[in-house]
Structure formats: structure tokens, C-alpha cells
Design a protein around this ligand. Structure first.
Ligand SMILES: O=C(O)[C@H](O)[C@@H](O)[C@H](O)[C@H](O)COP(=O)(O)O
Length: 232
């Protein structure tokens, strides 16, 4: 499906525009179905956007927020995406939203993935909004090049749900929604910032295997149009 680039002068302008777009989509879902869902990525890029979105006026009590992926660490660990979202998105008006974590206090990431799949099954699918990030190596979600479950994660036949991923550069074991869970969101966004990520995107848009730069699976095979939000 096609990708559209939305380029902004600076990160603040991008954050405000993306917050408006997401608010519009979530509000439309609430009007249509009475509920809305959004899955967001972690990392450093989305902080300003989360803070902007947290101030927007919509019926947050009807919104379920979850994560595209999570590090297998508890929510009080500084590497936790849950902590990032709690501190930057689930505040102000967005405090009223329901949050569904991926991390589960279990002995293994595999068992946590099983529990998280059951926990997240009830969230509307497709998602109303998915916000993806991208690493400099072309990973997105926890679809890392060389990842332990990369083929399964990117396989459109893999059922919706959470699987584990281990990879060099990923740090702890990861819990990630599969490609099939994310690729048909009503609003599918790739949020990247900086010249380096723009270069990575250009490389990803070139020929090559999806497995080499997993963001390619989204750019090439997502059922939904990919809205790329970029600022220098
Ligand atoms: O858990 C994570 O780290 C994210 O889900 C991951 O996919 C992130 O979006 C990219 O690694 C980009 O991270 P930055 O925004 O920090 O560059």
C-alpha cells in the first residue's frame, strides 16, 4: 500500500499535527463504535507527540491504549515503554484512558507473550491507530534484523497477537505485536525524526529483503496506507 510523507519544519509542529490527526481518528471511532484503540511505540522519538496528544479533548474514557512492543522489564524499569507512556501520554486529559500493558510478571518472555495475547485480544482489531517508530537499522516495533522470531513476526499468516523477539541491539527480550496485528490499522503512522532516519527510510525504500530492513514489510505489504511523519 502507498506511503505518504508529511514533512514538518520542526518536531513541535509535527507533534501538534500528529496529535490533531490521531485525535480526529480516535474521535471518529468513538462516534462510530463507542470505543477506540491505539497502539504506540516506545523509544525517544514519540515523547513530544505523547505530551501533545495527552492534552487533546476527546472522550479518553472510551479509549484503550496499548503498546506496539515492550521490553521484557517491569513498569518501574527505566527501559519500560509502559513507564514512558505512563509519564508522557497517560497524563492530563488522557489520564482517563484505559491502558493494557504487554509486560507480565512471569518466568519467561514466552509465557508473558501468551498472556499478553489473551489480554489484548479484546482490544478492537484492527486498531484504530498504530504509531510505529523506526531504528537506524530499519527495525520497527521489535522486528529487528536477525531477530529470533523475525520470519514469524513478519509472516502475514501469523495470527494477530504478541510474540517474543530476541536480537543483537534489542537489549532485553522483547514482546511485540505481529505484523498481522498492526498492518491494517485505520490510521497507520510511521513517526521518525532526524536526517539519519530519513536516510534509513530512503535505503528501506530501495530494493532489498524485508528481513534486512523489516520496516520494508510495512512499507511494501501493509493493508493500510502508511502515513510517514518526519521532522529534521
Ligand atoms: O521499544 C522500542 O524501542 C520501540 O518500539 C522501537 O521500535 C522504536 O520505535 C525504535 O527503536 C526507534 O526508537 P527511537 O525513537 O528511540 O529512535
Amino acid at each position: 500500500m502507498a506511503a505518504t510523507l508529511h514533512a514538518f519544519t520542526n518536531a513541535a509542529e509535527l507533534a501538534s499535527s500528529l496529535a490533531d490527526k490521531v485525535t480526529e481518528r480516535l474521535s471518529a471511532a468513538i462516534t462510530a463504535r463507542g470505543v477506540a484503540s491505539i497502539a504506540v511505540s516506545g523509544g525517544s522519538t514519540p515523547k513530544a507527540f505523547f505530551q501533545e496528544l495527552s492534552t487533546r479533548g476527546l472522550d479518553w474514557s472510551k479509549v484503550t491504549v496499548t503498546l506496539v512492543d515492550e521490553r521484557f522489564v517491569p513498569a518501574d524499569n527505566e527501559r519500560s515503554n509502559h513507564l514512558l507512556v505512563a509519564n508522557n501520554l497517560l497524563q492530563n486529559k488522557a489520564k482517563a484512558a484505559r491502558f493494557v500493558p504487554l509486560y507480565q510478571k512471569t518466568d519467561s518472555a514466552e509465557y508473558a507473550a501468551k498472556l499478553a495475547t489473551a489480554e489484548t485480544k479484546a482490544i478492537s482489531n484492527p486498531f484504530d491507530v498504530v504509531i510505529l517508530g523506526m531504528g537506524g537499522d530499519g527495525h520497527t516495533a521489535s522486528f529487528f534484523p536477525g531477530g529470533s522470531n523475525l520470519a514469524a513476526a513478519l509472516d502475514p499468516a501469523t495470527p494477530r497477537g504478541i510474540i517474543t523477539m530476541e536480537a543483537k541491539g534489542a537489549g532485553e527480550p522483547r514482546l511485540t505485536f505481529t505484523f498481522s496485528s498492526l498492518q491494517d490499522a485505520a490510521l497507520l503512522v510511521l513517526h521518525i525524526e532526524g536526517a539519519g532516519k530519513k536516510d534509513t527510510l530512503a535505503k528501506a525504500e530501495d530494493a532489498g529483503e524485508d528481513a534486512e530492513m523489516p520496516i520494508r514489510a510495512v512499507l511494501r505489504r501493509a493493508a493500510s496506507p502508511v502515513e510517514i511523519y518526519w521532522a529534521p
